[in-house]
Design a binder for this molecule. Structure first.
Ligand SMILES: [Zn+2]
Ligand SMILES: [Zn+2]
Ligand SMILES: [Zn+2]
Ligand SMILES: [Zn+2]
Ligand SMILES: [Zn+2]
Length: 276
């Protein structure tokens, strides 16, 4: 027997759990911790949630080549230390100023701004103080007494090989993202704070993501072009060592032919190839 507690729910209890989870995905924190009455919930769905499909924005943290190093989900923390869902994620893309911004509901952060962690630890600035010691306002001054640091700086490298400073948080519409050659969701549920989620593996780091649950380029031909010196080091290493694991007979046995590791190019290199 596996250790751990197993909850057994009868059919009706299970469906109330499902209804609650669905409620949470739709309402997020907009009820301020007090459950809506059924009438309020219906109102909310009619007036707020119904507009999410047309106003869907995708939030990603991209490097200088346009690679999605991180797709932002509801729980992903901002530089300001609040989660994406704690920002004003419901915007009207027709009237909103460009570039699109998603300010925080809880502090003076002017727009969602991802900053990676070092493992599970917050990054340290050159002034030795961590991210949360720095102001969430645009200049990110250090707030520690007697520290004269005026801007957060780090030499930390992302998994893509580039330093943090060559990345930025990109907020884009579905159309803009599709035109850029990046995957978008097949269906847009009316859920709060979807950020960059297009499918089940969206929240993995870019170079780990193998997700074909969305729609949009790149094609299989694109994914299978030869690796060049400008490609991600992972791919170059992969090509050097070859891939004995996947053969045609493996493909027919496992049915995983569309999942060859070459597909890692989906996220790592789409931009650089698109512009050749
Ligand atoms: Zn905040
Ligand atoms: Zn923020
Ligand atoms: Zn600092
Ligand atoms: Zn400092
Ligand atoms: Zn990166």
């Amino acid at each position: 027997m596996e250790p751990g507690v197993h909850l057994k729910l009868d059919g009706s209890a299970q469906s109330s759990v499902d209804a609650y989870l669905e409620y949470r995905r739709i309402v997020g924190d907009d009820d301020n911790g007090v459950l809506f009455t059924p009438d309020q919930y219906e109102e909310y769905k009619k007036n707020i949630a119904s507009k999410r499909q047309e106003n869907r924005v995708y939030v990603s943290w991209t490097n200088s080549k346009g690679m999605d190093c991180k797709l932002i989900g509801p729980e992903t923390k901002c530089f300001c230390q609040h989660r994406y869902r704690e920002h004003k994620t419901d915007i009207d893309i027709k009237t909103a100023a460009r570039p699109l911004t998603i300010p925080c509901k809880k502090c003076n952060c002017s727009s969602y701004n991802y900053i990676p962690l070092n493992g599970s630890q917050p990054l340290r600035c050159h002034c030795k103080h961590t991210v949360d010691d720095h102001s969430p306002a645009a200049n990110h001054e250090c707030s520690r007494p007697a520290c004269n640091c005026r801007a957060f700086r780090t030499s930390f490298n992302c998994g893509c090989g580039e330093v943090v400073a060559s990345h930025h948080t990109l907020i884009e519409t579905k159309e803009e993202r599709f035109d850029r050659g990046h995957p978008v969701a097949r269906n847009e549920p009316a859920y709060a704070a979807m950020g960059g989620i297009t499918g089940f593996s969206s929240l993995l780091d870019g170079y780990l993501r193998l997700d074909d649950s969305g729609i949009g380029p790149p094609s299989r031909e694109f994914l299978e072009q030869p690796t060049t010196s400008t490609d991600h080091p992972f791919l170059r290493a992969f090509d050097r060592h070859g891939n004995p694991a996947i053969t045609d007979s493996d493909r027919s046995q496992t049915g995983r032919s569309r999942r060859s590791p070459v597909q890692k190019k989906t996220s790592s290199n789409s931009r650089s190839h698109m512009h050749k």
